[in-house]
Design a binder for this molecule. Sequence first.
Ligand code: ATP
Ligand code: SF4
Ligand code: MG
Length: 327
Amino acid sequence: SRPLLEIRDLNLDFGTPRGRIHALRNVSLDVPAGQVVGIVGESGSGKSTLAYTVMGLLPESADVKAGSILFEGKDLLKMPAPARRSLLGDRLSMIFQDPMTALNPVRTIESQMIDIQHHEQGSRSEKRTRALEMLHRVGIPDPQSRIGAYPHQFSGGMRQRVCIAMALLVKPALLVADEPTTALDATLEVQIIHLLKDLQKEIGCSILFVSHHLGAVAELCDRVAVMFAGEVVEEGAVRDIFHNPAHPYTRALLECDPGRIKKSTRTLPTIPGEVPSLLGSKEGCIFRTRCPQAFNRCLQENPVEYRIGVDHVARCHLLDEERLVSA
Ligand code: ATP
Ligand code: SF4
Ligand code: MG
């Protein structure tokens, strides 16, 4: 069956006073139905831009140059604005790094949780009951007495649980989560990851999960896309990415992480070398200035996507050279 979300050759620029920033370059990525796909990569690699593009929540300065995003077979980029908006909070929902992005500070959790169900059948009291069940499900103690509270009356961790409850109350086909646990401490993070996994299985939705944290990705995801400077440089099953990485950038990420997917690793390690200018030319491999294995061809030609396994691809000329050697 075809994937729930199919991103094809997406190219996106931001217009800035300094010039155009190529934030996404030829990004292709599938999210299969019922699976969790992680996006990892250092700061500025385009993870949030990709998440916001799927949600249709980009700023005015963003310019989609080319590509398509098929969701349930329809191109989100060609959909009229009202049709696209009506998907939000229905087939598509999102959780943000800062829960206050999604919550209205001057309204009670109860009214927000009832409103979010405007696409659903049922009376107000049925919707209230569903909200209470979901709050209980995400581990809010004594939902009956808490549902009338305002967002600021909850702790950060509890607010993120409320956001997860709201996002999943509408039983979306796709949940987009942009660093939902980055602001939380490690113990809370583990709890939230387990909660997301349980709810995802229960509802049967897909999740696009953006994270800096390799441990969280290993725990939650079925597949992983590794981004660098606006490109997906490697993509595959979580097992392949962590145990058989093919791209020098992915390898560097994992080598810097001594316990590999150890839980204590809260953030991606930094890899020495210069960050490529996103304003610069598109010639050559995007990773060439930092790659320990760069060779002549890397300076002239941007690698295409090479298939390594049935379901594992990477953009690196070495994969072509190896192929030539072994042929
Ligand atoms: P982080 O891990 O820090 O959240 P990220 O991978 O989510 O990083 P993005 O926020 O998607 O990265 O940014 C990708 C690139 O696009 C960066 O160079 C960033 O500076 C640029 N960018 C993002 N949003 C805008 C904007 N509104 N206007 C101009 N440039 C932007
Ligand atoms: Fe390194 Fe060249 Fe591969 Fe790019 S194409 S990752 S520079 S070896
Ligand atoms: Mg981001």
